[in-house]
Unconditional design. Structure first.
Length: 492
């Protein structure tokens, strides 16, 4: 299998506004290095030929050659005669991601520690496990009583659901990938929000989809009624995009959107679902952050309820997960859909795995009935985290803007200058890993934004802002320094 190829035109788009007052070869090398470290140029990608890139950027071939040479010297590129230049990371070739080890604060993960109810649930699950040991343990659909508990939760929320409408998966990420492989063909269009969860767009692209973006804007600071259309989504633009692009699938995060924190109003949901129904578009609603309502503003009904109200009723698949509200170490997710769609997913699932871990299913089944109490615990943690981030922005970066944050796990902060990637890179040298804004966009967008989790303790958040303050002095005024990394952390 050949290495993925990045065209000169695509790299030009990713580079964005890379030209400054310094030497062009140095600035070009710095920007490509940022893109590799941030994951926007995947490891193993073949870069454009020097001649092609020089022509596209209006540079001499000598300038591009000098930039590539510097990347080779920094071990960000391997150049092999006859094979071109391939992106890599410095350090051992087989090194695994180190995350936040070696004293690093890892703010690439917007995730809470385990709920306090988990240890007791784990002990009870371990005692329950022997009952299941006489069976083979292979079950691609999920434990019946877990599916029943998930179905009961949907029914409580106003969406009558039977257990055979639920398929248990290894986390929400597998659910997204399974849906993409099942319902998308190569070249199909998929509607996605921008910004959005980056691993979702990766899964859609791996399934061969062409992504069609729609904009989500976080609401401005101030009071907003839950039912208003002032919600961050432009319903008119979405309707027009669906009619024009005729996407096979639309991936949406309607509740406490990752990363903006916005929530879609009922009126917008109905309009989007009506437009999707008219075009035969399957709607995938990722509800993994839906329980994380900090201010108790009220819970929206599940998307299929709005589909029933919309003309035609678009098919809707719901994605849920235990990782955001219970613990990220519980790799249990699920899909809720009409029975014919669930049957198609069940038929496709064995190509990826033959079952979901039994012990984790038992733990989640015991914890789901405790969701109201667990959500109250999470509400307290997230409120403290949100207020801490807001306080530190006001005192440390008064020119930055933090939007209204009524729920979710992170704040989508406006940093003013288009230096998010440079800031994230410089922060590494000060002990902080953080995801730059463009990690959540397409083609280098969102350099003026930064995702800051609200899930960490006051002490950890204060340390993170101290690192950001030191990094800002570098990123805002100078080319970003080289950073010798063995591997990149994943964004959660």
């Amino acid at each position: 299998m050949s290495d993925p190829q990045l065209t000169a035109r695509s790299l030009e788009t990713l580079l964005g506004q890379w030209r400054g007052t310094g030497s062009q070869y140095q600035e070009l090398a710095d920007r490509v290095r940022l893109l590799v470290l941030d994951g926007r140029i995947p490891i193993g990608t073949r870069l454009p030929a020097e001649r092609d890139l020089a022509g596209r950027l209006g540079l001499s071939r000598t300038t591009v050659a000098a930039a590539y040479r510097q990347l080779r010297e920094g071990r960000f590129v391997d150049s092999i005669r006859g094979s071109g230049s391939v992106a890599r990371l410095p350090g051992p070739a087989l090194a695994l991601p180190t995350g936040g080890g070696d004293g690093m604060l890892d703010f690439t993960k917007a995730a809470l520690p385990a709920a306090t109810a988990l240890p007791a649930a784990a002990r009870a699950a371990a005692e329950e496990l022997p009952h299941f040991l006489p069976d083979s343990g292979y079950d691609p659909v999920g434990l019946p009583h877990l599916r029943a508990a998930i179905a009961a939760r949907y029914t409580e929320r106003g969406l009558p659901t039977d257990p055979d409408q639920v398929l248990v998966t290894v986390g929400a990420q597998q659910a997204i990938a399974l849906i993409a492989r099942t319902f998308l063909g190569r070249g199909d269009r998929a509607l996605v929000e921008m910004p959005t969860y980056p691993h979702a767009t990766e899964a859609l692209r791996l399934a061969g989809a062409r992504l069609v973006p729609i904009t989500v804007t976080p609401p401005e600071e101030g009071p907003h009624a839950l039912g208003t259309e002032d919600d961050g989504w432009d319903a008119d633009a979405i309707e027009q995009t669906i009619r024009r692009a005729n996407p096979a699938l639309a991936y949406l995060i309607p509740d406490f959107h990752n990363p903006t924190g916005a929530s879609m109003s009922p009126a917008t949901r109905e309009r989007v679902l009506a437009a999707a129904a008219a075009q035969g578009t399957i709607v995938v609603a990722d509800e993994t952050t839906g329980d994380l309502d900090i201010d108790r503003r009220g819970e929206h009904l599940p998307m299929p309820v709005y589909a029933e109200r919309a003309a035609g009723g678009a098919p809707v698949l719901l994605i849920g997960s235990a990782s955001k509200s219970l613990w990220g170490g519980l790799r249990i997710g699920w899909i809720r859909a009409d029975r014919p769609l669930v049957q198609r997913l069940i038929a496709a699932k064995p190509s990826t795995d033959l079952g979901t871990p039994m012990i984790e299913q038992l733990v989640v089944a015991r914890m789901l009935p405790q969701i109201p109490e667990i959500v109250e615990e999470r509400r307290t943690q997230l409120r403290e985290g949100r207020d801490t981030v807001r306080r530190l922005i006001a005192s440390t970066f008064p020119d930055w803007t933090m939007p209204t944050q009524h729920g979710g796990l992170a704040a989508w902060v406006g940093i003013g200058a288009p230096v998010s990637s440079a800031l994230a890179l410089a922060a590494r040298n000060h002990g902080l890993l953080i995801a730059a804004g463009p990690r959540f966009g397409l083609d280098g967008a969102f350099e003026r934004s930064l995702r800051i989790p609200i899930t960490y303790s006051v002490d950890e958040t204060e340390r993170a802002f101290a690192a950001l303050k030191r990094a800002w002095a570098v990123a805002a005024n100078e080319p970003a320094p080289y950073y010798d990394a063995a591997a990149l952390p994943n964004v959660v």
